[in-house]
Design a protein around this ligand. Structure first.
Ligand code: HEC
Length: 115
């Protein structure tokens, strides 16, 4: 009998904890959406090591600049990399890490940067 009561207490406590967790409000969004303005800037920072800050290649770089290129041209290249339709050494892998929406947002972002 005592044993059963203790089991009941444990079960009740577990249930209460479960309800407490379920009632927690959604955690604050510390990380902005990848598609918000700051989210896209954060994504674009991933490209800086190779394509330069804000897509402007460092002097002497042999890599293509992205800044100020037409949005559709950038998006087409990235989509073709992602689909394996454009030969690449790194971009075919890299683009697979981004959703189509993120690639479109990146193309939009870089097209608006000063060359
Ligand atoms: C590790 C280096 C590296 C990083 C990081 C990188 N790229 Fe590239 N990117 C390249 C290379 C190298 C090419 C040439 C194609 C190839 O060999 O993959 C290229 C080509 C491109 C092209 C085609 C340019 C053209 O005019 O032909 C676009 C667009 C592009 N990258 C966008 C991006 C974006 C957007 C990011 C960030 C999400 C990014 N790249 C990150 C190395 C990089």
């Amino acid at each position: 009998m005592i044993r059963t009561a203790r089991h009941f207490a444990v079960a009740a406590a577990t249930l209460a904890a479960g309800i407490a967790v379920a009632q927690q409000p959604a955690p604050p969004a510390f990380a902005p959406s990848n598609l918000s303005a700051s989210g896209v800037r954060a994504l674009a920072a991933n490209c800086a090591a190779c394509h330069g800050t804000r897509g402007k290649p460092a002097a002497g770089s042999t890599l293509a600049g992205l800044a100020g290129k037409p949005r559709d041209e950038l998006l087409m290249a990235m989509t073709q990399f992602k689909q394996g339709r454009k030969p690449a050494t790194v971009m075919h892998q890299l683009t697979k890490g981004y959703s189509d929406e993120e690639l479109a947002a990146l193309a939009d972002y870089f097209s608006k940067q000063a060359r």
